[in-house]
Design a protein around this ligand. Sequence first.
Ligand code: S3P
Length: 168
Amino acid sequence: MADNIVLIGFMAVGKGRTARELSRQTGRFAVDCDDLIESLVKMNIADIFATHGELYFRALEGRVARWLAECVSATIVSTGGGFAAVADLGRIGTIVHLHSEFDAIIAAIRGHPRARQKIKKRPLLQDLDQARRLYDRRRQLYRQVADLQIDVTGRPVSLVAAEIIERT
Ligand code: S3P
């Protein structure tokens, strides 16, 4: 198994931020699956969804997952909220679920100085009722695939990263 740390969890829970902090604390590279996809197809995520649809995006996630499992090691990987559904996720590394309740995630994003951009760039966060239902479904998926679950609600990212290092 490739020796990576893979952060999964719902949209806007802080996977990218935690990955950057883990990179800072460990000296390992951090890569983000959505960034890889955007650079591969030279479009942003919202445009990929609008132009090609969600299924096309999921296929790209599958391609990224295979590449990570085969070619990448000793790296911190942050993922999009749906990436946990890719086949053979565990081949990429140790799976860490960053958990927070739906209402806490939405409150945090609304309180962010760039709240509008953060919501706009996420096609599946446009309708809050649908997003809540998605959260309920995903929650089970995250639990099933994770090696480790960490509650991040209201906690400083430096402490979350330190706990991940200690427990992986
Ligand atoms: C998605 C989450 C997004 C991005 C895409 C789809 C999802 O990433 O991959 O909009 O299915 O939950 P974040 O988790 O960084 O918002």
